[in-house]
Design a protein around this ligand. Structure first.
Ligand SMILES: [Zn+2]
Length: 204
């Protein structure tokens, strides 16, 4: 019996790594049956909570509409997926039609609620960056800032282990930027860090 469980679990883990799909549901540390986000009504309700979280904790709120879709996130071949591991669960793009800016976020269906919200949190910070023209010339900090919010979201929802993983993924660029932002925050506090990122300008 035990062996079968182990094989099942391993199989799901491998499938998840290879495909980035989320049929692999045992991603929470407590193994509690969690709510799965697989339709757009659930997704929108979950987004309301994330919006409130970002406003309260990061003074981040959006003026332009967000179109939130559940669907395949366009990704590269399986090797890239394997290398990227958990990265391609969500995607952000923007559309500018004259004066009107629209944010478009796609997240893969089937994520457990807190995981879904942490990915959404990350993508909404990208939306905020575009809306405010933040960090235009700092790709590393843009990704770092999104991870920073995602990191805190996970920590604040008792997912310390997953949060820690964000610090190590692609250590050289993005994990490194997150660590840099976290150490600035440790020295200067949350508000000062938000200001620092908002005011970062290209040197030339
Ligand atoms: Zn990102």
């Amino acid at each position: 019996m035990k062996l079968i469980n182990i094989i099942n679990r391993l199989g799901r883990a491998i499938e998840f790594l290879l495909t980035g799909q989320t049929d692999f549901r045992v991603i929470t540390s407590d193994f509690v049956k969690a709510e799965i986000i697989d339709n757009e009504v659930q997704a929108k309700m979950a987004m309301q909570e994330v919006n409130a979280y970002l406003k309260k904790n990061f003074s981040i709120s959006l003026s332009s509409p967000v179109v939130l879709r559940l669907g395949e996130v366009k990704t590269l071949d399986w090797k890239a997926r394997l290398a990227a591991r958990f990265k391609h669960l969500g995607n952000y793009t923007s559309k500018q039609l004259g004066e009107l800016l629209t944010h478009e976020i796609t997240i893969v269906p089937g994520l457990e609620r807190v995981k879904f919200q942490s990915v959404l949190c990350h993508e909404l910070v990208h939306a905020f960056q575009v809306e405010r023209g933040l960090l235009k010339h700092f790709k590393g900090y843009r990704e770092g800032m999104s991870r920073w919010a995602e990191y805190h979201f996970l920590c604040d929802h008792h997912r310390q282990d997953e949060a820690k993983r964000l610090k190590t993924f692609e250590m050289i660029i993005f994990g490194h930027m997150l660590n840099r932002i976290l150490s600035y925050e440790a020295r200067s506090g949350r508000q000062a860090t938000c200001r620092w990122l908002a005011e970062m300008k290209a040197e030339n």
